[in-house]
Design a protein around this ligand. Structure first.
Ligand SMILES: [Fe+2]
Ligand SMILES: [Fe+2]
Length: 377
Protein backbone atom coordinates (compact mmCIF):
# COMPACT_ATOMS: atom_id res chain seq x y z
CA UNK A 1 0.00 0.00 0.00
CA UNK A 2 1.44 3.39 -0.89
CA UNK A 3 1.57 6.24 1.54
CA UNK A 4 -1.08 8.03 -0.46
CA UNK A 5 -3.56 5.24 0.08
CA UNK A 6 -2.86 4.87 3.77
CA UNK A 7 -5.68 6.73 5.39
CA UNK A 8 -5.20 6.38 9.13
CA UNK A 9 -8.23 6.15 11.31
CA UNK A 10 -7.31 9.17 13.35
CA UNK A 11 -9.67 11.82 14.61
CA UNK A 12 -8.71 15.31 13.59
CA UNK A 13 -6.90 16.51 16.65
CA UNK A 14 -8.61 19.43 18.30
CA UNK A 15 -11.19 19.51 15.56
CA UNK A 16 -14.00 17.39 16.93
CA UNK A 17 -16.67 18.80 14.62
CA UNK A 18 -15.10 17.36 11.53
CA UNK A 19 -17.08 14.27 10.74
CA UNK A 20 -15.46 10.94 10.12
CA UNK A 21 -14.79 10.28 6.48
CA UNK A 22 -13.87 13.85 5.75
CA UNK A 23 -10.29 15.04 5.75
CA UNK A 24 -7.73 17.05 3.91
CA UNK A 25 -7.49 16.82 0.16
CA UNK A 26 -3.84 16.86 -0.89
CA UNK A 27 -3.51 17.97 -4.52
CA UNK A 28 -0.14 17.14 -6.07
CA UNK A 29 1.38 17.32 -9.54
CA UNK A 30 3.75 14.34 -9.52
CA UNK A 31 2.85 10.68 -9.85
CA UNK A 32 2.85 10.47 -6.05
CA UNK A 33 2.69 13.17 -3.38
CA UNK A 34 5.99 14.54 -2.10
CA UNK A 35 6.99 12.73 1.06
CA UNK A 36 7.56 15.78 3.28
CA UNK A 37 4.04 17.15 3.00
CA UNK A 38 2.28 13.81 2.95
CA UNK A 39 4.20 12.59 5.98
CA UNK A 40 3.54 15.77 7.93
CA UNK A 41 -0.19 15.72 7.17
CA UNK A 42 -0.64 12.01 7.83
CA UNK A 43 0.98 12.36 11.22
CA UNK A 44 -1.97 14.42 12.35
CA UNK A 45 -4.89 14.35 9.90
CA UNK A 46 -6.89 12.15 7.61
CA UNK A 47 -5.66 12.76 4.07
CA UNK A 48 -6.87 11.93 0.61
CA UNK A 49 -4.21 12.51 -2.06
CA UNK A 50 -5.23 13.34 -5.64
CA UNK A 51 -3.17 14.15 -8.69
CA UNK A 52 -3.93 17.56 -10.12
CA UNK A 53 -5.50 16.12 -13.24
CA UNK A 54 -7.68 13.75 -11.21
CA UNK A 55 -9.36 16.37 -9.03
CA UNK A 56 -13.11 15.96 -9.35
CA UNK A 57 -15.96 18.04 -7.94
CA UNK A 58 -15.31 18.52 -4.22
CA UNK A 59 -17.84 19.74 -1.67
CA UNK A 60 -16.99 21.53 1.56
CA UNK A 61 -18.47 18.85 3.80
CA UNK A 62 -16.25 16.25 2.13
CA UNK A 63 -12.99 18.13 2.41
CA UNK A 64 -12.92 21.44 4.27
CA UNK A 65 -9.33 22.03 3.18
CA UNK A 66 -7.27 21.40 0.07
CA UNK A 67 -3.50 21.46 0.48
CA UNK A 68 -2.13 22.26 -2.97
CA UNK A 69 1.43 21.16 -3.69
CA UNK A 70 1.79 22.01 -7.35
CA UNK A 71 4.65 23.71 -9.16
CA UNK A 72 3.69 26.12 -11.91
CA UNK A 73 6.37 26.11 -14.57
CA UNK A 74 4.49 26.55 -17.79
CA UNK A 75 1.31 28.16 -19.00
CA UNK A 76 -0.27 24.69 -19.28
CA UNK A 77 0.35 24.09 -15.56
CA UNK A 78 -1.56 27.20 -14.60
CA UNK A 79 -4.45 26.28 -16.90
CA UNK A 80 -4.64 22.82 -15.31
CA UNK A 81 -4.45 24.29 -11.83
CA UNK A 82 -7.14 26.80 -12.63
CA UNK A 83 -9.43 24.01 -13.84
CA UNK A 84 -8.77 21.89 -10.77
CA UNK A 85 -9.41 24.81 -8.41
CA UNK A 86 -12.66 25.44 -10.27
CA UNK A 87 -13.83 21.99 -9.20
CA UNK A 88 -13.44 22.78 -5.50
CA UNK A 89 -16.70 24.07 -4.07
CA UNK A 90 -16.57 27.81 -4.10
CA UNK A 91 -14.61 28.81 -0.97
CA UNK A 92 -16.26 26.07 1.11
CA UNK A 93 -13.06 24.17 0.44
CA UNK A 94 -10.26 26.32 1.86
CA UNK A 95 -6.89 26.32 0.08
CA UNK A 96 -3.40 26.15 1.52
CA UNK A 97 -0.55 26.21 -0.97
CA UNK A 98 2.90 24.74 -0.54
CA UNK A 99 5.56 26.71 -2.43
CA UNK A 100 9.19 26.03 -3.19
CA UNK A 101 10.28 29.54 -2.24
CA UNK A 102 9.22 31.95 0.45
CA UNK A 103 9.25 35.11 -1.65
CA UNK A 104 6.33 37.45 -2.23
CA UNK A 105 6.12 36.48 -5.89
CA UNK A 106 5.41 32.84 -5.04
CA UNK A 107 2.86 33.90 -2.43
CA UNK A 108 1.11 36.29 -4.82
CA UNK A 109 0.95 33.58 -7.46
CA UNK A 110 -0.64 31.18 -4.96
CA UNK A 111 -3.10 33.84 -3.85
CA UNK A 112 -4.21 34.34 -7.42
CA UNK A 113 -5.34 30.70 -7.29
CA UNK A 114 -7.26 31.24 -4.07
CA UNK A 115 -4.63 30.38 -1.46
CA UNK A 116 -5.64 31.61 1.96
CA UNK A 117 -2.41 30.45 3.52
CA UNK A 118 0.98 29.72 2.00
CA UNK A 119 3.67 27.53 3.55
CA UNK A 120 7.06 27.37 1.86
CA UNK A 121 9.67 24.62 1.81
CA UNK A 122 11.43 23.58 3.89
CA UNK A 123 8.65 23.63 6.48
CA UNK A 124 8.32 22.25 9.96
CA UNK A 125 5.26 20.89 11.73
CA UNK A 126 5.25 24.08 13.82
CA UNK A 127 4.75 26.24 10.75
CA UNK A 128 2.40 23.87 8.92
CA UNK A 129 -0.09 22.75 11.57
CA UNK A 130 -1.29 26.17 12.82
CA UNK A 131 -2.14 27.21 9.25
CA UNK A 132 -3.92 23.93 8.54
CA UNK A 133 -5.88 24.08 11.79
CA UNK A 134 -6.85 27.69 11.25
CA UNK A 135 -8.29 27.04 7.81
CA UNK A 136 -10.14 23.89 8.85
CA UNK A 137 -11.66 25.74 11.80
CA UNK A 138 -12.63 28.65 9.55
CA UNK A 139 -14.32 26.27 7.10
CA UNK A 140 -16.25 24.52 9.86
CA UNK A 141 -17.25 27.74 11.62
CA UNK A 142 -18.38 29.32 8.40
CA UNK A 143 -20.45 26.29 7.56
CA UNK A 144 -22.22 26.39 10.91
CA UNK A 145 -22.66 30.17 10.93
CA UNK A 146 -25.46 31.86 9.02
CA UNK A 147 -25.06 34.49 6.36
CA UNK A 148 -25.12 32.22 3.34
CA UNK A 149 -26.24 35.08 1.10
CA UNK A 150 -23.36 37.25 2.17
CA UNK A 151 -20.84 34.48 1.67
CA UNK A 152 -22.11 33.89 -1.82
CA UNK A 153 -21.63 37.51 -2.81
CA UNK A 154 -18.25 37.84 -1.13
CA UNK A 155 -17.00 34.61 -2.65
CA UNK A 156 -18.18 35.74 -6.06
CA UNK A 157 -16.21 38.96 -5.61
CA UNK A 158 -13.10 37.07 -4.50
CA UNK A 159 -13.42 34.72 -7.46
CA UNK A 160 -13.79 37.64 -9.83
CA UNK A 161 -10.62 39.32 -8.52
CA UNK A 162 -8.67 36.07 -8.79
CA UNK A 163 -9.74 35.74 -12.38
CA UNK A 164 -8.89 39.37 -13.10
CA UNK A 165 -5.38 38.94 -11.64
CA UNK A 166 -4.81 35.80 -13.67
CA UNK A 167 -6.13 37.52 -16.76
CA UNK A 168 -3.68 40.37 -16.21
CA UNK A 169 -0.67 38.20 -15.44
CA UNK A 170 -1.08 35.17 -17.72
CA UNK A 171 -2.67 34.08 -20.97
CA UNK A 172 -5.88 33.28 -19.10
CA UNK A 173 -8.87 34.65 -20.99
CA UNK A 174 -11.74 36.54 -19.45
CA UNK A 175 -14.76 38.31 -20.85
CA UNK A 176 -16.86 41.09 -19.46
CA UNK A 177 -19.89 38.78 -19.64
CA UNK A 178 -18.26 36.22 -17.33
CA UNK A 179 -17.51 38.90 -14.77
CA UNK A 180 -21.07 40.22 -14.86
CA UNK A 181 -22.28 36.93 -13.39
CA UNK A 182 -20.08 37.43 -10.35
CA UNK A 183 -20.84 41.16 -10.20
CA UNK A 184 -24.56 40.32 -10.03
CA UNK A 185 -24.01 38.17 -6.96
CA UNK A 186 -22.17 41.04 -5.29
CA UNK A 187 -25.06 43.38 -6.15
CA UNK A 188 -27.61 40.90 -4.75
CA UNK A 189 -25.70 40.43 -1.54
CA UNK A 190 -25.28 44.15 -0.92
CA UNK A 191 -28.99 44.70 -1.52
CA UNK A 192 -29.77 42.00 1.02
CA UNK A 193 -27.23 42.53 3.78
CA UNK A 194 -26.11 46.15 3.40
CA UNK A 195 -22.75 47.85 3.14
CA UNK A 196 -21.75 47.70 6.83
CA UNK A 197 -21.94 43.89 6.86
CA UNK A 198 -20.06 43.73 3.57
CA UNK A 199 -17.23 45.84 4.95
CA UNK A 200 -17.07 43.76 8.13
CA UNK A 201 -16.78 40.58 6.06
CA UNK A 202 -14.24 42.02 3.60
CA UNK A 203 -12.04 43.06 6.50
CA UNK A 204 -11.37 39.43 7.30
CA UNK A 205 -9.72 38.69 3.96
CA UNK A 206 -5.98 38.29 4.40
CA UNK A 207 -4.81 40.03 1.22
CA UNK A 208 -4.63 43.82 1.11
CA UNK A 209 -5.08 43.77 -2.68
CA UNK A 210 -8.31 41.79 -2.41
CA UNK A 211 -9.60 43.79 0.54
CA UNK A 212 -9.15 47.04 -1.34
CA UNK A 213 -10.90 45.94 -4.53
CA UNK A 214 -13.75 44.28 -2.60
CA UNK A 215 -14.16 47.40 -0.52
CA UNK A 216 -14.25 49.75 -3.53
CA UNK A 217 -16.76 47.41 -5.19
CA UNK A 218 -18.99 47.32 -2.12
CA UNK A 219 -18.87 51.07 -1.55
CA UNK A 220 -19.57 51.81 -5.23
CA UNK A 221 -22.50 49.38 -5.44
CA UNK A 222 -23.86 50.42 -2.04
CA UNK A 223 -23.71 54.03 -3.21
CA UNK A 224 -25.51 53.15 -6.46
CA UNK A 225 -28.23 51.35 -4.50
CA UNK A 226 -28.65 54.34 -2.22
CA UNK A 227 -29.00 56.58 -5.27
CA UNK A 228 -31.71 54.27 -6.64
CA UNK A 229 -29.73 53.08 -9.67
CA UNK A 230 -31.26 50.27 -11.71
CA UNK A 231 -29.70 46.85 -11.90
CA UNK A 232 -27.77 47.54 -15.11
CA UNK A 233 -26.01 50.50 -13.54
CA UNK A 234 -25.33 48.65 -10.31
CA UNK A 235 -23.57 45.85 -12.17
CA UNK A 236 -21.49 48.43 -14.09
CA UNK A 237 -20.38 49.82 -10.72
CA UNK A 238 -19.61 46.31 -9.47
CA UNK A 239 -17.51 45.54 -12.52
CA UNK A 240 -15.73 48.88 -12.34
CA UNK A 241 -14.85 48.31 -8.69
CA UNK A 242 -13.58 44.79 -9.29
CA UNK A 243 -11.49 45.83 -12.30
CA UNK A 244 -10.27 49.29 -11.43
CA UNK A 245 -6.80 48.39 -10.10
CA UNK A 246 -6.06 45.58 -12.59
CA UNK A 247 -2.91 47.50 -13.61
CA UNK A 248 -1.38 46.80 -10.20
CA UNK A 249 -0.67 43.32 -11.52
CA UNK A 250 2.28 44.95 -13.30
CA UNK A 251 3.66 46.87 -10.30
CA UNK A 252 6.58 45.18 -8.50
CA UNK A 253 5.45 43.67 -5.21
CA UNK A 254 8.15 45.41 -3.18
CA UNK A 255 6.55 48.71 -4.16
CA UNK A 256 2.95 47.49 -4.05
CA UNK A 257 3.33 46.16 -0.53
CA UNK A 258 6.03 48.39 0.87
CA UNK A 259 5.34 48.76 4.58
CA UNK A 260 6.06 52.49 4.53
CA UNK A 261 5.56 55.64 2.51
CA UNK A 262 6.76 55.54 -1.10
CA UNK A 263 9.59 57.82 -2.27
CA UNK A 264 9.17 59.96 -5.36
CA UNK A 265 10.49 57.35 -7.75
CA UNK A 266 8.39 54.57 -6.24
CA UNK A 267 5.32 56.78 -6.31
CA UNK A 268 5.79 57.34 -10.04
CA UNK A 269 5.99 53.58 -10.59
CA UNK A 270 2.91 52.99 -8.43
CA UNK A 271 1.00 55.62 -10.36
CA UNK A 272 1.77 53.88 -13.62
CA UNK A 273 -0.80 51.21 -12.67
CA UNK A 274 -3.57 53.22 -14.30
CA UNK A 275 -1.80 53.32 -17.68
CA UNK A 276 -0.71 49.67 -17.29
CA UNK A 277 -4.31 48.71 -16.67
CA UNK A 278 -5.42 50.46 -19.83
CA UNK A 279 -2.66 48.66 -21.78
CA UNK A 280 -3.65 45.26 -20.39
CA UNK A 281 -7.29 45.73 -21.32
CA UNK A 282 -6.55 47.10 -24.77
CA UNK A 283 -4.01 44.39 -25.58
CA UNK A 284 -6.27 41.57 -24.47
CA UNK A 285 -9.55 42.96 -25.74
CA UNK A 286 -13.06 41.92 -24.75
CA UNK A 287 -13.89 44.87 -22.52
CA UNK A 288 -16.12 47.85 -23.26
CA UNK A 289 -14.61 51.34 -23.66
CA UNK A 290 -16.33 52.54 -20.48
CA UNK A 291 -14.63 49.81 -18.40
CA UNK A 292 -11.28 50.65 -19.97
CA UNK A 293 -11.94 54.27 -18.96
CA UNK A 294 -12.60 53.23 -15.35
CA UNK A 295 -9.26 51.43 -15.26
CA UNK A 296 -7.35 54.20 -17.02
CA UNK A 297 -9.00 57.22 -15.40
CA UNK A 298 -9.94 56.39 -11.81
CA UNK A 299 -7.10 58.63 -10.55
CA UNK A 300 -8.03 61.57 -12.77
CA UNK A 301 -9.48 64.56 -10.90
CA UNK A 302 -12.00 67.08 -12.23
CA UNK A 303 -9.57 70.03 -11.97
CA UNK A 304 -7.01 68.27 -14.17
CA UNK A 305 -4.58 67.55 -11.33
CA UNK A 306 -4.93 63.76 -11.51
CA UNK A 307 -3.06 61.13 -13.51
CA UNK A 308 -2.09 59.63 -15.91
CA UNK A 309 -3.39 62.19 -18.45
CA UNK A 310 -4.45 65.19 -16.36
CA UNK A 311 -7.96 65.03 -17.83
CA UNK A 312 -10.45 67.72 -16.89
CA UNK A 313 -14.03 67.31 -15.75
CA UNK A 314 -15.94 67.12 -18.99
CA UNK A 315 -13.74 64.26 -20.20
CA UNK A 316 -14.50 62.11 -17.17
CA UNK A 317 -17.66 60.00 -17.22
CA UNK A 318 -20.15 59.63 -14.37
CA UNK A 319 -19.15 56.00 -13.94
CA UNK A 320 -15.49 56.93 -13.52
CA UNK A 321 -16.37 59.77 -11.12
CA UNK A 322 -18.36 57.39 -8.94
CA UNK A 323 -15.60 54.79 -8.83
CA UNK A 324 -13.11 57.55 -7.96
CA UNK A 325 -15.22 58.61 -4.98
CA UNK A 326 -15.50 54.98 -3.81
CA UNK A 327 -11.77 54.43 -4.35
CA UNK A 328 -10.62 57.45 -2.36
CA UNK A 329 -13.07 56.77 0.46
CA UNK A 330 -12.00 53.11 0.63
CA UNK A 331 -8.30 53.96 0.69
CA UNK A 332 -8.88 56.40 3.56
CA UNK A 333 -10.87 54.01 5.76
CA UNK A 334 -8.56 51.04 5.12
CA UNK A 335 -5.83 50.04 7.49
CA UNK A 336 -2.47 49.57 5.82
CA UNK A 337 0.93 48.64 7.14
CA UNK A 338 2.04 52.26 7.23
CA UNK A 339 -1.15 54.07 8.21
CA UNK A 340 -4.03 53.63 10.59
CA UNK A 341 -7.60 53.61 9.38
CA UNK A 342 -9.64 56.78 9.48
CA UNK A 343 -13.23 56.91 10.63
CA UNK A 344 -15.73 57.26 7.81
CA UNK A 345 -16.63 60.76 9.03
CA UNK A 346 -12.98 61.82 9.01
CA UNK A 347 -12.51 60.33 5.55
CA UNK A 348 -15.53 62.22 4.30
CA UNK A 349 -14.19 65.50 5.72
CA UNK A 350 -10.97 65.00 3.78
CA UNK A 351 -12.90 64.33 0.58
CA UNK A 352 -15.02 67.46 1.09
CA UNK A 353 -11.72 69.34 1.46
CA UNK A 354 -10.62 68.18 -2.02
CA UNK A 355 -12.36 71.18 -3.52
CA UNK A 356 -12.85 71.10 -7.28
CA UNK A 357 -11.40 67.61 -7.64
CA UNK A 358 -14.42 65.42 -7.00
CA UNK A 359 -17.93 65.68 -8.41
CA UNK A 360 -19.78 67.97 -5.94
CA UNK A 361 -23.21 66.43 -6.56
CA UNK A 362 -21.92 62.92 -6.05
CA UNK A 363 -19.98 63.98 -3.00
CA UNK A 364 -23.08 65.62 -1.47
CA UNK A 365 -25.07 62.41 -1.92
CA UNK A 366 -22.14 60.34 -0.65
CA UNK A 367 -22.56 61.96 2.77
CA UNK A 368 -25.43 59.54 3.35
CA UNK A 369 -23.08 56.59 2.80
CA UNK A 370 -20.15 58.03 4.70
CA UNK A 371 -22.03 59.43 7.67
CA UNK A 372 -25.13 57.27 7.98
CA UNK A 373 -23.49 54.30 9.61
CA UNK A 374 -20.10 53.83 11.11
CA UNK A 375 -18.21 52.06 8.36
CA UNK A 376 -14.86 50.95 9.61
CA UNK A 377 -12.71 48.94 7.27
FE1 LIG B 1 -5.86 52.76 -8.46
FE1 LIG C 1 -7.92 51.56 -5.98
Amino acid sequence: MSLAQRLPDTALLGLPHLSAGSGILLVHDGATPRADILGALLARYTVLARRLKDVVEVKGHEHPLAVVDVRIRREADSVQLREAMGRLANRAVRRLFITEQSNRGATAEAEAFGAEAVVSRPFSAETLYPSVDRLIRAAIEERSAGGAAQREGLNAGIDAIERILQFAATGHQLTQEELYGQGDKVVGTLAETGLADWIAAVKRHHSQTFRHSLLVTGVAVGFGQMLGFGHADQRRLALGGLLHDIGKARIPLDILEKPGALDENELAIMRSHAAHGRDIMREKGGFSPEMIDVVAQHHELLDGSGYPDGLCGDRISDLVRTITVADIFSALIEERAYKTRLSSAHAYDIMVGMKGKLDPTLLGAFAHIALRTSLAA
